[in-house]
Design a protein around this ligand. Sequence first.
Ligand code: IPD
Length: 271
Amino acid sequence: MSSLNEIVAVAKKAALRAREVQLKGLKEGTEIRSKGSLRDLVTAADIACEQVIARTVTESFPDHNLLGEEGGDQGRTSDWLWIVDPIDGTTNYSRHIPYFTTSIGVYYKGKPVVGLVANPLVEETFVAVEGQGAFLNDAPIRASSAIRFEQAVLAAGFHYDRDSNIDLTLNAIRTFFDRGIMDLRRFGSAALELCYVAAGRTEGYFEIGIHAWDFAAGAFIASQAGAVVTDAAGLPLTLKKSYVVAGAAGLHAAMLAELAPWHIAQENSPW
Ligand code: IPD
């Protein structure tokens, strides 16, 4: 069996190689187009990064499977699954806003065991390893110990599916302000938003409709740092497209209580 430390080393190497592609794309320009909806972007750098990450994983672990945002499921039968978002925050990347990440979550027999989220411009790498905790540039991190909304900076995300999700999200923001939160943020990379909860930079993050490649690594890092990450019913996330509610341990239950309308919407959602 591959050791978790070997997996981390390969994930770090893959993220560094992706960083070279990302920096080159920023310097020289990269093709940008829409996929799905007009606001859901993919750049040539997203695709090149995913290819370089997949190559790096396969060089070391030829039998591991990989699910990537751009390339899909490689379809290998394996206990190991690498879930990769080569550039999480593509809108930011395409506008040179320095909040984009490479997100790599590794699952063994259906459970997360390693997470890595690298923000290449800010040079911050968040890592978590099953049984070892969560780290930012190799220093241990812990989620916030806040227990009241008055102590909380929360972050919201707006996925590309809009319709009623926008009302649900805006109403939730209004509710949290009514409950007295200090402030609200929207960074534009779900993986980063989850890592900021892990590092205690924010007390919580909530978003409707994000995919496994957006949350696999970040949710694991946040939970290893002592935060709680669930869907809107308070259940553990699966690999399905999800409602995601992440919070400091002392605030998560209160966040869920305020997000009761999300729970109802989730029950009726097609995914
Ligand atoms: C997106 C980012 C964004 C979130 C969207 C995601 P992408 O990922 O994480 O913050 O609001 O829901 O889809 O498309 O940039 O990889």
